[in-house]
Design a protein around this ligand. Structure first.
Ligand code: R5P
Length: 307
């Protein structure tokens, strides 16, 4: 019977994933080997000096999946590096990581001599620790596939873009989907195709963490409802720059749909001050804007892996 492991701070999304796993399989059929998942919580104790003591169930089944979404990643990566080998010692023979948000994917090149290409090294750690990875809209820009970034046996990059596109079509029928930079084209195109919406992409120059310039595409947005769609918003500056430009160009409404609601610090306030109305996100990162549940998507991929 496969086991889903999680930490106490992510028990709610792990329970949603468990319910989706258990709901798989033919209607009316009892639990099968694939659908009879159970959930267990890893006990965590933080010592006064900041170190972790983790405690897993003492006897693990052969198939184990660990749910850990990697926003605020530094502490969680240490947890994973402790929990994964321990899970193998305790009986896991196939070990998968379900990380709806996969951190450190944006640092995919050395922009100055000596700069660490974090994507490569975090990818190698994870590949050494796990047999498979399920994630959603990983930020792959200069590499084409998830397996290049995380060279793990089974690498599943799912996309929430079609779900976000469907949500936008429902809430803002006929809206223009706008990607705030060239990298967002991959998600905007998927969302537009799934929802039958028009789409376009901006150009962006980033000069610093909170210093970006966004140039709108050459099209008339006067009187149009526009939804900015991207894989993530962090400081919110990319979205804010695009939103301010759209408002100045005459868009009637500017809303935002992102897969990963990182929203660091004053991000939400900055976006709203720039003219953003509604903000919708998936539940990869828990946030008040969560409007799309990823559990069914994750369950399908995990079910396929464990077959
Ligand atoms: C990078 O290109 C990503 O797709 C996002 O556009 C970026 O991370 C957003 O960052 P911020 O919200 O800090 O501008």
């Amino acid at each position: 019977m496969p086991l889903l492991l999680c930490c106490d701070d992510e028990q709610a999304p792990a329970e949603r994933l468990l319910a989706a796993l258990q709901a798989q399989g033919p209607q009316g059929a009892g639990p099968t080997e694939q659908t009879a998942w159970r959930l267990a919580v890893i006990e965590r104790h933080r010592f006064p000096d900041g170190e972790w003591r983790l405690r897993l169930p003492p006897a693990l089944p052969a198939d184990v999946a660990l749910y850990r979404s990697l926003h605020q990643p530094n502490e969680k990566l240490v947890e994973l590096l402790l929990a994964a080998p321990a899970a193998r010692e305790l009986g896991a023979r196939r070990l998968w990581l379900v990380a709806p948000y996969l951190a450190y994917m944006r640092q995919d090149a050395a922009f100055t001599p000596g700069e660490v290409v974090s994507q490569r090294h975090v990818g190698r750690w994870l590949a050494a620790a796990f047999d498979g990875l399920v994630t959603v809209d990983p930020h792959l820009h200069r590499v084409a596939t998830l397996a290049e970034a995380v060279p793990v046996g089974q690498a599943h990059a799912l996309s929430a873009a079609p779900l976000l596109g469907a949500l936008v079509a429902q809430r803002r029928p006929g809206a223009l989907l706008l990607g705030p930079d060239e990298e967002s084209a991959q998600w905007v195109q998927q969302a537009a195709a799934a929802a039958g919406l028009p789409a376009a992409v901006c150009r962006k120059v980033r000069r610093g963490d909170r210093d970006v310039e966004v140039q709108l595409p050459a099209l008339d947005v006067r009187g149009r409802a526009v939804v900015i769609l991207d894989d993530m918003a962090s400081t919110g500056r990319t979205v804010a720059q695009a939103a301010a430009a759209l408002r100045a160009a005459g868009a009637t409404s500017v809303d935002v749909a992102v897969t990963h609601a990182l929203f660091s610090g004053d991000a939400l306030a900055v976006m709203q001050a720039a003219g953003v109305g509604a903000v919708w996100s998936t539940d990869s990162v828990p946030h008040a804007s969560n409007a799309v549940a990823l559990a069914p998507l994750l369950a399908k991929a995990l079910g396929d892996l464990s077959r």
